[in-house]
Design a protein around this ligand. Sequence first.
Ligand code: ADP
Ligand code: MG
Length: 327
Amino acid sequence: LGEFDLIARYFTPGAYAPDVLLGVGDDAAVLEVPAGYRLVAAVDTIIAGIHFPIDTTAANIAYRALAVNLSDLAAMGAQPRWFTLSLCMPDANEAWIAEFARSLQELAAHYRVQLVGGDTVKGPLNISVQILGLVEADGWLTRRGAQAGDVVVVSGVPGEAAGGLQLLQSATTSVSALHQQALLERFYRPTPRVELGRKIRSLASAAMDISDGLLTDLRKLCHASSCGALLNLESLPASPALLATFGAAQAEQFALQGGDDYELLFTVAPQRWVQVQAAAADLAIICTPIGRMVAGQQIQCFRQGIPVVVQDNGYDHFANSGRSHAL
Ligand code: ADP
Ligand code: MG
């Protein structure tokens, strides 16, 4: 199967929405940005053995490649519209490509994003997706706008993805099949919080998605907003699967330091919190207040009101210490 046939068969969508003036098949795509909107762009690359275990299925790799990009746009409050795909693989295994393409199109259809171009090359397995979306010209979310007094909120249940990864990496015995399944699902299939991002676009003061760990990422938000934060550890959303599998102490550590959650971490002025609650309830997404922004630049953790020291060990590709190992 040649490169041309492969692209024609697996990566050429049957039809485009009218905002795609030119899609796959030419030298570049041409896209229509409606008046009153801004173009939002992000790119994320995932590499076998670093971002996913090498035995991950083609379907899960495709899901992840697109989902992590959707999550970046969610964190901006933007509506994802289009994406391009750079696919680097060691060989053209048609069964693998078919499964990859099916999974990719399934997720793309669900979020109504359109594949408008890409690149197909031979080399070590890595997948790069560039995503493009739209946001109303009157405002988008950034990491910068948090103020002292704002409530710190997290969506979903952070830590479960890290628990799933831990299960993959070590032979943990006597785990209930149900819990194991739930945790693996969170690792392989994070839910991009696109709808939530859209709803909080005009409510949140700052937002980001959690990819490297809640504490590490909160530090980035604090830095960008020139604020500190207080975190109440007992407020972290509890995961029955994490608790049953790893116990309370490790569950908390996963929640604070585990990566790969792709939940939203955002701040909101106290008087807007009820509106956020209503939006979250509409979408049936748990949103939990876990702390407050404060003046200064420290993040201070409390357990039942008592200050505790938590080491911050989030993911950093180029760190000498901390978590930067390959899978
Ligand atoms: P060029 O040599 O001009 O870069 P290519 O031969 O690489 O073009 O690609 C031909 C067309 O197929 C282009 O429109 C490109 O965007 C698209 N394309 C290539 N690979 C992929 C892919 N994996 N997914 C989607 N579109 C792709
Ligand atoms: Mg060309």
